[in-house]
Structure formats: structure tokens, C-alpha cells
Write a protein that binds this ligand. Structure first.
Ligand code: NDP
Length: 447
């Protein structure tokens, strides 16, 4: 079997040798899905996985914009339309200087499996730009977003491709992007999700990824009679996902002791309560400040410059910042400190070595494509509400989100339970995500 996996990876590497993040994501899927294909006659000999690793379309474009001093800048824009076998392409836009083809292809590939797991009819895509929103004025952000959409608009649409936010793309950016789309197309449709509540957005969408990550972790703990109550939690990041994962963990009775950004992490031994979290939300979402400023207001907390939170003792770790932020050494430290559960809020935050260590120690580990699927699932609910020109209440959307996270958890248990009873959520998520897309591709023929 290993020879088959190696041969497949050689073929992918021959084409995409310079895309390390993409290869990492494909390898992880290949290791669990290729054995499944081999033991299931209908998928055999159809080269389905090889077809799935090739984007249906990859669009790259110039984004020129003018800063407040009148200087002209050029960034690169992307949209990867990975797979639309089960529905329109769906996936976020990321604005960050690290954005490149490899990162967006890994994200788009993961998105195909994630969207399939949500049970909603959504294909997978991802996009963004190497534009850095940090330190830019609102006017500069607006000009950039308008320029970005002045090309992207011809490739997307409510039945074709529906982007959303991701790192560096929040409510402000979605507003500017939607405004330009609406002007160019002269139509008001649900072409983007994460919209403001007064113009087509869904309740709970901002909260959904973080809440869903916690709901999923709670489901894992429940399989052994556990819960969040009284547990100590480390969270990384301090953006959208981290903020709402923290909020839900607090609501469930846990103590969250860390938050971070790219400059380091803060440790608050007393726990980050609702008031402190409100302070962080204002700091990050309105003042656009740094997490180190937390200690100015709460001096008993400590800021650890240039470090990640994984050296702190916790029972549950929620990596919610970015890819490959938790490595094999971090995983060993967490396990040594008594961590029993890791639920990925970010996409691929744990390296392959870290995941292997969690599996070896047989602790709960949820891959992002399962545990952070609540965001895109609620985007799917936003699309439904837009099509129906209807609005569900906060409670209705939260109930649906919880039900979807329960369903994803059950699917992972169905496909990922090992002979000794350990649940391999990576295997479960990969196979469950694969089956739905593969069946659709088989039914639609070689296209
Ligand atoms: P935000 O932009 O709101 O926040 C990102 C956070 O991660 C910030 O605190 C940022 O710090 C930190 N961060 C970014 N890059 C790095 C880095 N290289 N090293 C350390 N910290 C870093 O993004 P989101 O919260 O929306 O996204 C976070 C993760 O969750 C991403 O992996 C995203 O793909 C994933 N995700 C998001 C979904 C959503 O609905 N928003 C849905 C599913 C997954 P700084 O400000 O210093 O850059």
C-alpha cells in the first residue's frame, strides 16, 4: 500500500514540486484515502484522487491600487476553483503577505473535503492576495478591495463561486468587495458570505468557526464522558476564529489562559473572562492593535514575545491562527503537560509530525477540515437564506450549526474508528469527505 501512496505522491510532486503546503495537505489525504479506494471496488482504477488534486481552474490576476500618498502598488490576486462536483465553489479569501499558489491550493483542496463534510451542496475553492492589510488606512483597504473585485467579479456568482472571509478579510473587507460586485453586475445577490446583518448576512456567521471548533471538541470529549467544564484551554491567534472559540469555551465553563498573534502570546493565569475578551475584540477589530497591549490593561498577565502558547499547561489546545504553527516538539510538550484534546480552529495548524504524536499518544485530535467546518457550514446557511430572501433567528442558526457539527462528528466516528476503539478523526474526515465528492464525480463522468 505504501508503494501505491508513494507512486501517487511522486506524480503529484512532478507537477507541483514547489508547493510544499499543497503537497503536505495532499499527502495527508493520500495516506488515508488511497487504502480506502483500494478496498472499495467502485473507486478503483478511476484515478479519482489524481483528478481531485488538479484545480478545475486557477485564476491569477494583477491588482493595482493607489495608497494615501498617491503611490501606485501592484499585488497579485488569485482564485482557485478546485472542485464543483457537488455544488458551486465555496471558500474564503485571504489577504496576507505570505499568500502564494501553494498555500491557496492547499486551502482549496482541504476546502473540498470540508464542504463535503458539512452535508451542504458546496464545492471547494479559495482565493486571496499577497496584500498586507496591516497598517493600511480604511481608504487604502477600500481601494484595494475595489480593485481586487474589479477582476474577480467576472469569475464568481451565486451559482458559480461564492467567496467568504479568511485571514485578513473580515466584515470591513467583505463590505467593500460586495459593494464593487453589486455595482459592476448591477444585481444584489448572495455572491459573498460574511455580509453585514442589514444587507444579507446571517446571524452567527462571525461566531460560527470558533463556536463550531468548540462544539466539535465537546463532541469528542463526550465520547468518553468528558466536557469543557472546569478545563484549562490554550488558544492561539486573536482574530475571528480565536475570539469566538474563546467565547464559547468560556460559556461552557472552561478557563482560557492564552491568546496570541504573530508577535507572541499572552498568558493570563486568572483566565480570560468575558470582559477581558470584549477588550481583546475591541483591541483587534476596532483599534487593530497588538495582543501585547493586553498586559497594559491587565498587568498580572504576561506577554511572551516571539513564542507560541504550546509551552503552557492545558487540557485542551485550540490552534486558531495559521498553518504549521504547532510542530512535533510542541505536540510532545502539550502531551507531557497533560493535554488530552486538540481541535484545529485554523487550517492545518499542526504539522504532520505533531499529528503523528497526537495519534501515537491516542489523545483526541480533530483536523480543521472537520472541526472548523462550522464557518463554511454557516456560510452555506447564509446562501440558503439569500436564495429564499429569508432570515433565520440567532437561535435557529446556532441550532443548525450544532446539528451540523454533531453530524460531522458522527461521520468521522463512522469512518475513523479503529479496531481498538480509538477514533482517528483525520482518517474519518478524509474518507467521509472523499466519498460524497467521488460519488458525484463518478456519476458525472470524466470531465
Ligand atoms: P484573522 O485574520 O481574523 O486572524 C488571524 C490570527 O492569526 C491573527 O491573530 C494573526 O496575528 C494570527 N496569525 C496570522 N498569521 C500568523 C503567523 N504566521 N504566525 C502567528 N500568528 C499568525 O483570521 P481568522 O481568525 O479568520 O483565521 C484564522 C485561521 O482559521 C486561518 O487558518 C483560517 O484559514 C482558518 N479558518 C477561518 C475561518 C473563518 O470563518 N474566518 C473558517 C475556517 C478556517 P497577526 O494579526 O499578528 O497577523
Amino acid at each position: 500500500m505504501q508503494a501505491k501512496i508513494d507512486a501517487f505522491m511522486e506524480e503529484v510532486k512532478a507537477r507541483d514540486a514547489h508547493e510544499p503546503e499543497f503537497l503536505q495537505a495532499v499527502q495527508e489525504v493520500a495516506e488515508t484515502v488511497i487504502p480506502y479506494i483500494a478496498s472499495n471496488e467502485i473507486y478503483n482504477g478511476k484515478n479519482i484522487l489524481l483528478r481531485m488534486v488538479e484545480p478545475e481552474r486557477a485564476i491569477m490576476f494583477r491588482v493595482s491600487w493607489v495608497d494615501d500618498k498617491g503611490e501606485i502598488h501592484v499585488n497579485r490576486g488569485y482564485r482557485i476553483q478546485m472542485n464543483s462536483a457537488i455544488g458551486p465553489y465555496k471558500g474564503g479569501l485571504r489577504f496576507h503577505p505570505s499568500v502564494n499558489l501553494s498555500i491557496l491550493k492547499f486551502l482549496a483542496f482541504e476546502q473540498v473535503f470540508k464542504n463535503s463534510l458539512t452535508t451542504l451542496p458546496m464545492g471547494g475553492g479559495k482565493g486571496g492576495s499577497d496584500f498586507d492589510p496591516k497598517g493600511k488606512s480604511d481608504d487604502e483597504i477600500m481601494r484595494f478591495c475595489h480593485s481586487f473585485m474589479s477582476e474577480l467579479f467576472r469569475h464568481i456568482g451565486p451559482n458559480t463561486d461564492v467567496p467568504a472571509g479568511d485571514i485578513g478579510v473580515g466584515a470591513r473587507e467583505i463590505g467593500f468587495l460586495f459593494g464593487m460586485y453589486r455595482k459592476l453586475r448591477n444585481e444584489f445577490t448572495g455572491v459573498l458570505t460574511g455580509k453585514g446583518l442589514s444587507w444579507g448576512g446571517s446571524e452567527i456567521r462571525p461566531e460560527a468557526t470558533g463556536y463550531g471548533t468548540v462544539y466539535f471538541a465537546e463532541n469528542m470529549l463526550k465520547t468518553k464522558g468528558g466536557s469543557f467544564k472546569g478545563k484549562t484551554i490554550t488558544v492561539s491567534g486573536s482574530g475571528n476564529v480565536a475570539q469566538y472559540a474563546t467565547e464559547k469555551a468560556i460559556q461552557l465553563g472552561a478557563k482560557v489562559v492564552t491568546l496570541s498573534d504573530s508577535s507572541g502570546y499572552i498568558y493570563d493565569a486568572d483566565g480570560i473572562d468575558e470582559d477581558k475578551l470584549n477588550f481583546v475584540m475591541k483591541l483587534k477589530n476596532e483599534r487593530r492593535g497588538r495582543i501585547s497591549e493586553y498586559t497594559d490593561t491587565y498587568p498580572s498577565a504576561k506577554f511572551h514575545k516571539g513564542k507560541t502558547p504550546w509551552e503552557e499547561k492545558c487540557e485542551i489546545a485550540l490552534p486558531c491562527a495559521t498553518q504549521n504553527e504547532l510542530n512535533g516538539e510542541d505536540a510532545k510538550t502539550l502531551i507531557g503537560n497533560g493535554c488530552i484534546c486538540v481541535s484545529e480552529g485554523a487550517n492545518m495548524p499542526c504539522t504532520s509530525e505533531a499529528v503523528a504524536a497526537f495519534h501515537k499518544a491516542k489523545i483526541f485530535f480533530a483536523p480543521g477540515k472537520a472541526s472548523n467546518a462550522g464557518g463554511v457550514a454557516t456560510s452555506g446557511l447564509e446562501m440558503t437564506q439569500n436564495s429564499l430572501r429569508f432570515k433565520w433567528t440567532r437561535q435557529e442558526v446556532d441550532d443548525k450549526l450544532q446539528q451540523i457539527m454533531n453530524d460531522i462528528h458522527e461521520k468521522c466516528v463512522e469512518y475513523g474508528t479503529e479496531d481498538d476503539g480509538y477514533i482517528d478523526y483525520v482518517k474519518g474526515a478524509n474518507i467521509a469527505g472523499f466519498v460524497k465528492v467521488a460519488d458525484a464525480m463518478l456519476a458525472q463522468g470524466v470531465i
